[in-house]
Design a protein around this ligand. Structure first.
Ligand SMILES: Cc1cc2nc3c(=O)[nH]c(=O)nc-3n(C[C@H](O)[C@H](O)[C@H](O)COP(=O)(O)OP(=O)(O)OC[C@H]3O[C@@H](n4cnc5c(N)ncnc54)[C@H](O)[C@@H]3O)c2cc1C
Length: 381
């Protein structure tokens, strides 16, 4: 770790872009910016390797791995691969394959995050990004042309800050950017277990339940993950595991993650970009949190390059395009996912004042009718 003017005194270190958070979204933004010759610093509160959730990725992500120059390393990492997903309804199993080309099945990835994130970090470093960890941002001050970012490892003077801090949403909280929720509060509970289950194969199992869903997947060698989400009774704790998971040996304690569907409407300006979960959170049944993190990182890097061209018109267009893209994809997902939400969840939406937005069938209107809830304006800490 490079230590600069610790505590924010002395001369600030100058760079083009500072990326907060070294998850997939932050690292891909860093890779994209560094490829275009920008001077990039990435900081994370944790040293690598560190545990992280979010594994199952559609085979289509391979195109992005190629684009990022990490496809060979991802293939060599020997992640668990799956050709589709089992869905269990009323005790009947149905297999939904991803597809095939000339008899060869497409295979998704269970990206074991400590390894996958390390692959991305290695690529970012290869391209010249400097990585600081453990390091946390403390304060960010806007001047007309530059930003002053005070961190636990010193002060940076930069043109653009990228927030890739995931569901922590450091910048949105710091600057009290409005965060709009499109669902009642949702908590995904997850746990891990070791061993071998003859009821489970390489392909994840998705089980819609009366008030939510359960997901079980082999995520690493002999390690399985179980996630459960209930639209109601979130306080009641885990259901008794079933579907082959109950016979396995539990590892660690069950954990919970806030996965309330939400978006930071102002996901970019000429001075900051929010990428991945820092911009948009959906519950894991959306099935593409990682894919969105990678895509938003690539797009943000493109837009940041436009900002650096110095022509305000180009920069403004890039920012507007980025915000529209984030918003459009999020609203498409919300509309798609609410079709599968159980009836009781709709009842919950209605009670929380979201019915107006959803009844019309166009979640987009919610932005204009102010019928969504603001879940956080940040507490400035
Ligand atoms: C239980 C669960 C299961 C999921 N399963 C899947 C799945 O199977 N497939 C899928 O595609 N998606 C899944 N997701 C979603 C997926 O995990 C996220 O969409 C994805 O990780 C977002 O990537 P990111 O880079 O935006 O954020 P993250 O991966 O959360 O990375 C954020 C980074 O920022 C760092 N950070 C946070 N705060 C600070 C701070 N203040 N200062 C410095 N650094 C900071 C963290 O240490 C971390 O390295 C799942 C989510 C959950 C909760």
């Amino acid at each position: 770790m490079r230590i600069g003017n610790r505590g924010g005194t002395g001369v600030a270190m100058k760079c083009d872009v500072v990326v907060l958070g070294a998850g997939p979204a932050g690292l891909v933004t860093a890779i994209g910016c560094a490829e275009r010759g920008l001077d990039v610093r990435v900081l994370d509160r944790s040293t690598f390797p560190r545990p992280s959730v979010g594994e199952a990725v559609h085979p289509g992500a391979e195109v992005l791995f190629e684009r990022l120059g990490v496809a060979d390393r991802v293939r060599k990492a020997e992640f668990v691969r799956h050709t589709g997903i089992w869905i269990k309804r009323q005790n009947k199993h149905e297999f939904i394959p991803f597809g095939e080309t000339a008899g060869c099945a497409w295979r998704g990835f269970q990206l074991w995050r400590p390894m996958f994130d390390q692959i991305l970090l290695d690529r970012a470093k290869e391209l010249g990004c400097e990585f600081l960890a453990p390091c946390v941002p403390c304060e960010v001050v806007r001047n007309t042309r530059r930003l002053k970012l005070v961190t636990s490892a010193g002060t940076f003077e930069t043109k653009v800050v990228v927030d890739g801090t995931g569901r922590n949403r450091w910048l949105a909280r710091r600057w009290r950017l409005p965060i709009r929720a499109f669902s009642p509060p949702l908590v995904a509970r997850y746990e891990y277990a070791e061993g071998h289950s003859s009821d489970l194969d390489e392909n994840p199992l998705f089980v819609p339940t009366r008030d939510g869903w359960e997901w079980i997947a082999r995520v690493h060698k002999n390690l399985y993950q179980r996630i459960e989400l209930r639209h109601t009774q979130n306080e009641a704790g885990f259901k008794r595991p079933s579907n082959g998971f109950d016979g396995l040996r539990k590892v660690g304690r069950p954990r919970g993650a806030d996965v309330t569907w939400s978006i930071v409407e102002h996901s970019a300006t000429l001075q900051y970009f929010l990428v991945g979960d820092a911009a948009v959170v959906l519950d894991p049944s959306s099935s593409h949190g990682i894919f969105r993190a990678l895509s938003s990182g690539l797009l943000a890097a493109n837009c940041i390059t436009q900002v650096f061209r110095g022509e305000k018109r180009l920069g403004d267009a890039a920012v507007a395009g980025y915000k529209a893209w984030q918003r459009k994809w999020f609203l498409q997902d919300v509309n798609r996912m609410r079709k599968f939400a159980p009836t009781r969840a709709h009842f919950t939406f209605a009670r929380s004042g979201l019915a107006i937005a959803f009844a019309s069938g166009e979640a987009a209107k919610a932005f204009d009718t102010k019928s969504t809830r603001s879940v956080g304006k940040g507490n400035g800490r």
